[in-house]
Ligand binder design. Structure first.
Ligand code: NAD
Ligand code: UDP
Length: 316
C-alpha cells in the first residue's frame, strides 16, 4: 500500500550508503521499500526507520527474482569493502550480475526508473589521472578484486543493454570512496580501520609504503548525488562519476586521523594487497554540469563527524 505518490526500492538499504539513502528518501516524502539480505548490512542501521508508516523492510536476496510495485529502484546491494567482497568472490559476482538482471527485469515489468550503484573500481589501476567517464579503465580480469570490478562492469553493460534493447530509464553512477557514520567497526576499509585503530590505541595499519592515493567523499554529499542522478532528465544515462576530488595519500590520511582523534597510536606497515590501485581521483565535471552537484563537506569536517560517531559507538 502507498502512503505517498512515489514508492522507491533501495536494494542494500540496510548497508552503510543504503541506510543513509533510505533516511533521505523518507525525509523527501517517498514510500521506501528496503530490500536486504543482511550479508554486510545491519538492522541497527535502519532501526530509526522501522515502524515508520512509509518504510517497509523485506529480507530478500537480490540474486532471487522479485516482483513488487515500485516507481524507482536504487540498486545498491553488494558488499563494498575489499575484505568482504573477497571473502566469497563467487557470491559477490553473482550479486553484481544476477542482482542487476533481476532488478532490471523488475524495472522492465513495472516501467520503473532504475539506478545502478557502480564504482570507481571499473577504472581498475588507472593510467589516466584523474579518471573521466570516457576512460575505459585498466582492470585485471582474473585477480582477487575481479569478482567486484568485473561484476560491476558487467552490471553497467546490462544497464546499457536493457536501455538499448527495451527502452528502460536507466542511470549508472560511479561512486568513488565514500566514508561516514555507520561504516562497520570491522568493515576493513581504510577510513573506518584507521579511526577504530586510533581510538582504541591500536597500531594503525598502513598497507605498502602509504604513497597510494584515494579521494574521500562524505556520505551526505554522496546521497545528494544519488538523488540528483535519479531525478535527472530521462535522456541522461551516465555513467557519471560522483566523489570528492580532494586527493591524498594513505600516509597523509593516517596522520590526519591520528591528529584529529588525538591518538598516540603508531603507524605500522603491512603488505600492499594485490592489484591495489596506486592512484584514484574522480573527474567530476560531468556531475557538475549534468546534475548541478558537487561535494560540500571537506575532509576535516567529515572526519570529525565520523570520529565522533565511532567514539560513541565504541563506548556503547
Ligand atoms: P555495504 O556493504 O555497507 O552495503 C551493502 C548492502 O548490500 C548491505 O546491507 C548488504 O547486506 C546488502 N547485500 C549484499 N548482498 C546482497 C544480496 N545478494 N541481496 C540483498 N542485499 C545484499 O556497502 P556500501 O558502502 O553501503 O555500498 C553500497 C553500494 O555502493 C555497493 O553496491 C557498492 O558497490 C557501492 N559503492 C560504494 C562505495 C563506498 O565507498 N561506500 C564506493 C563505490 C561503490
Ligand atoms: N588501506 C590501508 N590500511 C588499511 C586498509 C586499507 O593502508 O587498514 C589502503 C588500501 O591498501 C588502499 C586504500 O587504503 O590503498 C583504500 O582501501 P579501501 O579498502 O578503503 O578501498 P579501495 O579503494 O582499495 O577499494
Amino acid at each position: 500500500m502507498r502512503a505517498s505518490g512515489r514508492r522507491t526500492l533501495v536494494t542494500g538499504g540496510a548497508g552503510f550508503l543504503g541506510s543513509h539513502l533510505c533516511d533521505a528518501l523518507i525525509r523527501r516524502g517517498d514510500d521506501v521499500l528496503c530490500v536486504d539480505n543482511f550479508h554486510t548490512g545491519t538492522r541497527d542501521n535502519i532501526a530509526s526507520l522501522v515502524g515508520h508508516p512509509r518504510f517497509e523492510l523485506l529480507d530478500h536476496d537480490v540474486t532471487v527474482p522479485l516482483d513488487v510495485d515500485v516507481d524507482r529502484i536504487f540498486n545498491l546491494a553488494c558488499p563494498a569493502s575489499p575484505v568482504h567482497y573477497q571473502h566469497d568472490p563467487v557470491r559477490t559476482i553473482r550479486t553484481c550480475v544476477h542482482g542487476a538482471m533481476n532488478m532490471l527485469a523488475l524495472a522492465q515489468r513495472r516501467r520503473a526508473r532504475i539506478l545502478q550503484a557502480s564504482t570507481s573500481e571499473v577504472y581498475g589501476d588507472p593510467e589516466v589521472h584523474p579518471q573521466p567517464e570516457s576512460y575505459w579503465g585498466r582492470v585485471n580480469p582474473i585477480g582477487p578484486r575481479s569478482c567486484y570490478n568485473e561484476g560491476k562492469r558487467c552490471a553497467e553493460t546490462l544497464f546499457f543493454d536493457y536501455r538499448r534493447q527495451y527502452g528502460l530509464e536507466t542511470k549508472v553512477v560511479r561512486i568513488f570512496n565514500t566514508y561516514g557514520p555507520r561504516m562497520y567497526v570491522d568493515d576493513g576499509r581504510v577510513v573506518s580501520n584507521f579511526i577504530v585503530q586510533a581510538l582504541r590505541g591500536d597500531d594503525v595499519t598502513l598497507y605498502g609504503d602509504g604513497s597510494q592515493t584515494r579521494s574521500f567523499c562524505y556520505v551526505d554529499d554522496l546521497v545528494e548525488a544519488l538523488l540528483a542522478a535519479m531525478e535527472s532528465p530521462a535522456a541522461f544515462t551516465g555513467p557519471v562519476n560522483v566523489g570528492n576530488p580532494a586527493e591524498l595519500s594513505m600516509r597523509e590520511l593516517a596522520e590526519h586521523v591520528l591528529r584529529a582523534s588525538g591518538s598516540r597510536s603508531r603507524i605500522v606497515h603491512h603488505p600492499l594487497p594485490p592489484d591495489d590501485p596506486k592512484v584514484r581521483r574522480p573527474d567530476i565535471d560531468l556531475a557538475r554540469r549534468a546534475l548541478g552537484w558537487e561535494p560540500k563537506v571537506p575532509l576535516d569536517e567529515g572526519l570529525m563527524k565520523t570520529i565522533a560517531y565511532f567514539r560513541a559507538h565504541l563506548a556503547a
